[in-house]
Design a binder for this molecule. Sequence first.
Ligand code: NAD
Length: 494
Amino acid sequence: MSAPMKQKKTAANVRFGDVYNPATGKVIKSIPFASREDVNETVKKAQRAFEVWSEVPPMRRARVMFRFLELLHKNADKLAAIVSTEHGKVTIDAQGEVQRGIEIVEFATGIPNLLKGEYSDSVGTGIDSYSLRQPLGVVAGITPFNFPAMVPMWMFPIAITCGNTFILKPSERNPSPSLYIAELLKEAGLPDGVFNVVNGDKEAVDAILHHPDIHAISFVGSTPVAEYIYKTGTGNGKRVQALGGAKNHMIIMPDADLDQATDALMGAAFGSAGERCMAISVAVAVTDKVGDALVDKLTAQIKTLKVGPHTDKKADMGPLITKQHRDKVCNYIKAGIDQGAKLVVDGRKLTVKGYENGYFLGGCLFDKVTDKMTIHKEEIFGPVLSLMRVKNYAEAVKIINAHEYGNGTAIFTNDGRTARNFARDIKVGMVGINVPIPVPVAFNSFGGWKRSLFGDVHMHGQEGVRFYTKLKTITARWPHGPALGANYHFPQNK
Ligand code: NAD
């Protein structure tokens, strides 16, 4: 790769991006976007920091995480408020995301144990063998808008405690949680250059993808970008895990408790205004009887859904992230109607008093959705729940397995055998049995199948430790006595 041209930074050549409060539609700040040159400078800083940080014993690296953990607990509400202001999600939801992030930091404090290698005594006469897990160097994370605190925390606590240095490129739509996290890490005593934030868009991402001194990239975002990151990153010799979009189905069997299933669908479809990669966006009702009952129950509950700004403590869900995104979701709703689905509840008419310029959309329910419709094939990422009706379990599984995405799924049933079969039959990475949003906890690993994940390794848990380290195996002999002469056959243990 040729060296980048040095460009002098002037006010005129810095690009800025506006950050909005989605509840009001007002610009609340403007952030400078990193150029390629800025990224290169950050990589240099991170490389210098790596020389020292990678030599710090894991237990001392863990101690920094313990201090960071204390600061997170102390400032969790402040971080959640920063998340809500730029994302729009309601306070309790933002607090939940911060808590889930904190749990990864808790996991990372156990790094001395997690990095332990293996030792094999006497693999040959007088020969022992042992393994080490060593950090990769400078690694990067590129994250989406929908979990601006939790998703970065899926990555950097493990990357850093493994001994790497980290460059985070958060979503340009809500960069402030990452900047606040950087402040807390500094206060916790993390040396300069170990954790770095670069703000920006495709230019910064491309600089990361092509930089020869960045050794691994963790990405979370939409599938087209995930695929691009994976292909470009691996093409440039980097280790890449790129998590993409989703379309998550929940099967409701005739023996399920329909009140419980309805409550579960409400939270999973409309929580965070449907802007979750683990949101349930399709309810698959097994039999028309179940479908009819669910439509009645869901309609009644959607009508009581309270939509408002995060400052309204009674709000169940907030606005969508941008006007463009709300328009995109509304276009999907129109496509659903045009293609013959029945719009039972139409959230497009909703207005929130005092917040008329916010990007709000009420909860929507479609009935009679089929697998040929755009609203079933594509990810909507909004408060739109589609209901499909099938005759039996096998038909439901076939629809899910044929879908291009395979992030999350769930079944509601009271039959153990159906549940067991589902867990085994379904081609999806994260499966819930009477659990609508089966997000794995910190010490397990998060990741989908099919076009919901490009790469082989899931995020956090042991998979995270593996992703951010290289395995080295040492075979050692301490000879004594005279040399025995050269030996030309392959080493063996006869
Ligand atoms: P996005 O793909 O638009 O953006 C993600 C990141 O990629 C951002 O940092 C952005 O700046 C960058 N980016 C965007 N376009 C780019 C381009 N052309 N080239 C290089 N970089 C680019 O995603 P989003 O809208 O921020 O987030 C929503 C998406 O993320 C949804 O599809 C959702 O399903 C997905 N998501 C997936 C998971 C998961 O675990 N699978 C988790 C959360 C979100």
